[in-house]
Design a protein around this ligand. Structure first.
Ligand code: CA
Ligand code: CA
Length: 528
C-alpha cells in the first residue's frame, strides 16, 4: 500500500493554486528562487514566469525513498549449488541441520527449494547456506503479484485508449494521459457509487455496459426517461452511451474498452432526443430522479448560454445531498469568463467545469475555456467508446462532453475511496492533482490536465515560506501514516511529526517552530 512513487509526486503538479482563496499557505516565490538557485527575481518578468520557473526548480528535487523489502515465502528459500556434486553435499548438509529439500530442478543445474529447519528464519537459512561454500547464491522465495492494473480489454491493450495510457502511440505525447494504470494499482472499482449520465440515455444491452448499469430496486430498470416519463432510457442518439463507456465500461472483461472505473453503477437519465436536443424542464426531472435515487455524481455534457433558475436550483438541491457534478465547458471555442455556458458556469463548489485536451496535452481547438470559469482540462479528442448502434459497437467522438466524462469517472473512484468527503474538499483535491501544462496556463483555473492517479494516490505536499506560523493541509492515502519532514535547503530533512490520515485522506499540521526559521519546506514521507 505504501506508494513508492511518492517522491515524484511531491512537487509534481500538486502545489496549491494560490489564486484560489482558502489555502493557509503562501510562498514568496522571489525568495525561494533567490535562495535555491541564485536566480535574480528581477529577471522574472511576470508572476506566471516565476511560477513556471518554480515548478521547474522544484520538479528537479525528486527525493529518493527507502525501498521496503518485497514480501517472500516465510518457509522457503531458493538455493543454487555451485555444481552437481556440491548439490549432493548440500542436500546432506540440509538434512543434518533439519532443513527439508522440497524440490530440485535438474534442468536448472540442481536449483533447490529448501524449507528452513524449525526455529530457523529465512535469513538465517540463507546465511548458513552461503557460509557452506557450496552455493553460488541463495535468496528468499519472493512473492510476485499479477499485473492486474493492466486490463485485458482489447482497445486498451492496443493503445486506442490513449487517454488512459499514452506512450506516444498514434502521434501522441508520452504521458499526456490520466495515468490510469498507476491509479488502478490503487483502485479500479467504484462499485458503491452511482454515476448519473443525464443525457440521451444509454444502450442498456451493450456488451461492455450492461453489467455496470445501476438497477432500480423497484423494477430492475437502469434509469429514467423524461421524454416518456417511464423507466426506458434507451439511447437514440449515441451521446449518452459513449459517455457511459468512458466512465464505466466493464474493465478487464476481454471486450471493447476499459472505463475509468472498471466496476461502477451508471444510471441512465434521458432527456436529450435523437437529435441531441432537450429542454431544461426534462433535465431538471432527470437530475431530481438521480438525486432521489442515490446518485453521487452527475455527468452533464450539455448546456447553453442562458442562465436558468430552475436548473441552478436543481443543482443546488443536488449539492445539498452531496452530489458532485462534472460539466462540459462546451465546444464553442468560447471564453467562458466572458460568455457563460450553463451549467458549467454555475458557481457552486460541487461543479467542475471541464475543457477538452488532445493526445499532445494541447487544448482542443473547439474547446471553450476560461481562466476563472473553467477548472481544468481532460482528454476529449479521439475518444473511442461504446456506441448505441449495436451491443458490440464502438465509435470515436470528440468534445468537452468526453472530457467531462473523464472527470465524472474520476469523481466516482474518489467517492468510492472517500465516501464521506465534503464536496469542496473533493473538488479541491481533484484540482490540486492536475498535471500543469503550459498550453493550458491561460485556459483554466488550474492550468492543468486531469490526472486520475494523483487524485487518488498522493500525499500532496504543502510548502511554506515565511517567518510566520506554518499551517499545512495535506492529503494522503486514508488511514495511512506519514511523517512530515522539514528542510531549509531541500537537501537535509528533519522529521517533525508522524500522522495517520483521516478517513478523507486529509491532515492538518501546524509547525510551531517555523517562526524560528527563515525558510522552511515540508514533505510527507510514507510511514512503514
Ligand atoms: Ca502515463
Ligand atoms: Ca471492456
Amino acid at each position: 500500500m505504501v506508494p513508492m512513487r511518492l517522491c515524484r509526486n511531491y512537487f509534481d503538479g500538486s502545489l496549491p493554486d494560490f489564486r484560489q482563496s482558502g489555502y493557509p499557505l503562501r510562498i514568496s516565490v522571489d525568495k525561494v528562487l533567490r535562495t535555491i538557485r541564485g536566480v535574480t527575481p528581477s529577471r522574472m518578468r511576470t508572476r506566471a514566469t516565476r511560477a513556471v520557473s518554480l515548478w521547474l526548480v522544484i520538479a528537479l528535487l525528486c527525493l529518493p525513498t527507502v525501498a521496503l523489502p518485497e514480501p517472500s515465502h516465510p518457509n522457503r528459500v531458493l538455493v543454487m549449488p555451485r555444481n552437481v556434486a556440491e548439490g549432493r553435499a548440500l542436500v546432506s548438509t540440509h538434512a543434518s541441520r533439519g532443513r527439508k529439500v522440497l524440490r530440485v530442478f535438474d534442468g536448472l543445474h540442481g536449483l533447490q527449494v529448501v524449507q528452513p529447519a524449525g526455529g530457523e528464519s529465512v535469513e538465517q537459512t540463507i546465511t548458513a547456506c552461503r557460509t557452506t561454500g557450496l552455493v553460488s547464491w541463495a535468496e528468499p522465495d519472493y512473492q510476485v503479484t499479477a499485473a492486474a492494473s493492466l486490463p485485458n480489454d482489447p482497445y486498451f491493450q492496443n493503445g486506442t485508449q490513449w487517454w488512459l495510457n499514452n506512450y506516444g502511440q498514434n502521434g501522441g505525447m508520452p504521458d499526456a494521459d490520466l495515468d490510469a494504470p498507476e491509479a488502478w494499482e490503487v483502485t479500479h472499482a467504484a462499485i458503491n457509487v452511482v454515476v448519473a449520465v443525464v443525457d440521451s440515455g444509454v444502450r442498456p444491452t451493450h456488451e461492455d455496459l450492461a453489467d455496470n448499469l445501476w438497477r432500480n430496486p423497484a423494477d430492475g430498470t437502469p434509469g429514467f426517461n423524461a421524454l416518456t416519463g417511464q423507466h426506458d432510457p434507451w439511447d437514440e442518439n449515441g451521446h449518452g452511451t459513449h459517455l457511459a463507456g468512458i466512465i464505466g465500461a466493464v474493465g478487464n472483461n476481454g471486450r471493447g474498452i476499459a472505463g475509468l472505473a472498471w466496476r461502477t453503477q451508471v444510471m441512465a437519465c434521458k432527456f436529450l432526443d435523437a437529435a441531441g436536443n432537450g429542454y431544461i424542464s426534462d433535465a431538471v426531472e432527470c437530475i431530481e430522479f438521480a438525486r432521489q435515487h442515490g446518485a453521487r455524481v452527475l455527468n452533464l455534457s450539455w448546456g447553453n448560454s442562458e442562465f436558468s433558475a430552475a436548473l441552478s436550483n436543481a443543482l443546488a438541491a443536488a449539492r445539498a445531498d452531496g452530489i458532485a457534478v462534472a460539466a462540459a465547458a462546451g465546444n464553442n471555442a468560447a471564453n467562458l469568463d466572458l460568455l457563460p455556458y450553463y451549467p458549467a458556469s454555475l458557481v457552486m463548489d460541487n461543479i467542475v467545469a471541464v475543457g477538452a485536451s488532445t493526445r499532445t496535452d494541447e487544448p482542443w481547438i473547439l474547446s471553450s475555456y476560461g481562466k476563472t470559469a473553467v477548472h481544468l482540462f481532460a482528454p476529449g479528442v479521439a475518444i473511442y467508446s461504446t456506441s448505441q448502434s449495436t451491443d458490440s459497437a464502438y465509435q470515436t467522438r470528440d468534445g468537452t462532453s468526453m472530457a467531462a466524462a473523464c472527470v465524472a469517472g474520476t469523481l466516482a473512484l474518489m467517492l468510492q475511496r472517500w465516501p464521506n468527503a465534503q464536496l469542496d474538499a473533493l473538488r479541491a483535491r481533484l484540482l490540486l492533482s492536475v498535471d500543469a501544462k503550459s498550453a493550458l496556463t491561460e485556459r483554466c483555473v488550474t492550468g492543468g490536465r486531469l490526472n486520475l492517479r494523483k487524485t487518488i494516490d498522493q500525499p500532496t505536499l504543502a510548502m511554506a515560506w515565511s517567518n510566520q506560523l506554518a499551517q499545512i493541509t495535506a492529503f494522503g492515502v486514508p488511514g495511512h501514516t506519514y511523517t512530515i519532514a522539514a528542510s531549509t535547503n531541500l537537501n537535509s530533512w528533519t522529521p517533525l511529526s508522524a500522522y495517520r490520515t483521516k478517513p478523507d485522506g486529509r491532515w492538518f499540521f501546524t509547525d510551531f517552530e517555523s517562526t524560528n526559521f527563515p525558510a522552511r519546506f515540508y514533505r510527507a514521507d510514507p510511514g512503514p
